[in-house]
Design a protein around this ligand. Structure first.
Ligand code: MN
Ligand code: MN
Length: 465
């Protein structure tokens, strides 16, 4: 039952394809660290690849037909892309769905303060993080500042050579006698995740000759005003994410892996999108969902629980000239989905949490999780055996190397994905993605060959499910 190592599959020419695809992905995750940046970039690529904006199609009133490619953008954070198939929509779609948000630190609405001649930014962490991993590393600020005049300032500071970076400090080992006795969840507490952003005091008096207090903070605000054109009060309507600074890197002498921020879940989102370009005009309509807020429960207007996907699918059917409530319900019920999300990879440094027969290994291909969940499959989608059989056949027929896994040992913990949300439409859904080491850490590790098998698997699924 042991699964084959996917590197063995490739000759020199094949290896080049694997490495080239990974290089495109490496650049993508180096440039796109937030859900908004990912959406912007995928829209740019999609338009170059012939996708039309659904809003423009609706406005023009043109009908959609087989082979047409459209995308819908939800608040700049979630995307749904469709390649219209030859069969009627009520026969169902083949859907791949990944998420674009990753664990990080978000700035609070009122983030800035000065203490002992330092200026700092207060944060609230987003998603599941080991807080102690986020200190003493170079950090970048990415996000938007929405101003009252309706304009939106986009920022990404800490990525270009020559940009300053930011950091969160940790206690020196020499004085850590108390700290080192604490449990890992308390070593660095949430309220200690404050980002250091400056230390030069500004002038003692303002133009009105009044004394200025908090002169370091005042000086930073002057710099922000000059370089980024916003003021302290504008933080109230900003979404700024603190993420690890710098690009993703090739990992290992053999360059077989990638070390970078936010593989969860861009390592599935990227091949999900790229698969849409490899299917020509499919039998069934193909859909790629790239959603936000998975890491905090798929909530809100841009999370998978939102009506966005259902609304857009209704619009698509309407533009194909055949919409009714019952046809939409049939379309959703008859659809098949791969919930493309990452799996926990086996780490030889931490063998005790894994059960080796049912664990994903880096390099052994696309990973299928029949179920996720925790404490007795709680919260899991648990796909049907019949659907699992169908997916195995599709992958085997297309020579996709795959493996099956669950998330660690029973009773050790667990996790979830968006799978169960789409399954609520009475749709067949199964989790399938790339194995990751150090999941949710500032720098995660994946295997390039698993990324490539994911592409091949998603293509085979969209064509043949
Ligand atoms: Mn994920
Ligand atoms: Mn995650």
């Amino acid at each position: 039952m042991e699964r084959k190592n996917a590197w063995d599959k490739y000759d020199k020419k094949g290896l080049k394809k694997v490495m080239d695809f990974a290089e495109g992905y490496r650049k993508f995750i180096s440039d796109c660290k937030t859900e908004r940046e990912s959406v912007d970039e995928i829209i740019r690529m999609a338009e170059a690849d012939g996708f039309k904006n659904l809003d423009a199609v609706i406005k023009k009133g043109t009908k959609l037909k087989a082979g047409d490619k459209v995308y819908a953008n939800n608040m700049g954070k979630t995307l749904a892309l469709y390649v219209i198939g030859k069969e009627p929509m009520e026969n169902g779609m083949n859907i791949v769905g990944a998420h674009l948000d990753s664990p990080r630190l978000d700035l609070k609405q009122n983030p800035m303060y000065e203490d002992t001649d330092f200026a700092l930014l207060d944060t609230h962490y987003y998603g599941g993080v080991k807080k102690y991993q986020w200190v003493t590393i170079p950090l970048a600020l990415h996000g938007v500042v929405a101003k009252k005049d309706g304009s939106v300032v986009k920022i990404a500071i800490g990525e270009k050579p020559g940009d300053p970076v930011f950091t969160i400090t940790d206690l020196l080992i020499h004085l850590s006698a108390d700290q080192m006795t604490k449990t890992a969840s308390k070593v660095i507490e949430g309220e200690s995740l404050d980002v250091l952003i400056g230390s030069i005091p500004g002038p003692k008096q303002g133009k009105d000759k009044k004394d200025i207090k908090d002169r370091v903070k005042a000086n930073i605000l002057e710099i922000i005003k000059k370089e980024y054109k916003f003021e302290e009060e504008d933080f109230l309507s900003a979404e700024i994410e603190v993420v690890p600074a710098g690009p993703a890197r090739d990992l290992g002498f053999d360059r077989s892996m990638l070390l970078g921020y936010g593989h969860d879940d861009r390592v599935c989102a990227y091949p999900s999108y790229k698969a849409m370009l490899e299917i020509g005009t499919p039998k069934k309509t193909a859909c790629c969902l790239l959603v936000d807020k998975e890491e905090i429960g798929s909530v809100g207007a841009t999370g998978m629980h939102s009506r966005f996907f259902e609304n857009v699918t209704a619009e698509i059917m309407n533009l194909m000239g055949k919409y009714s409530d019952i046809l939409l319900r049939r379309c959703l019920k008859n659809s098949c989905m791969l919930s493309s999300d990452v799996s926990a990879g086996y780490d030889p440094l931490f063998p005790s949490v894994m059960e080796k027969k049912n664990t994903a290994f880096l390099g052994r291909g696309l990973c299928i999780n029949k179920y996720t969940g925790s404490r007795g499959k709680g919260g899991s989608n648990d796909a049907n055996a019949e659907y699992m059989a169908k997916i195995r056949k599709i992958f085997d027929d297309a020579d996709v190397y795959f493996q099956t896994a669950e998330l660690g040992k029973v009773d050790q913990g667990g996790g979830g994905t968006i799978a169960y949300i789409l399954a609520e439409y009475d749709m067949n859904v199964i989790d399938s993605g790339v194995a990751v080491l150090s999941m949710h850490a500032p720098c995660e590790t994946i295997s390039k060959v698993d990324l490539y098998e994911a592409l091949l698997g998603y293509v085979a699924f969209l064509k043949n499910a």
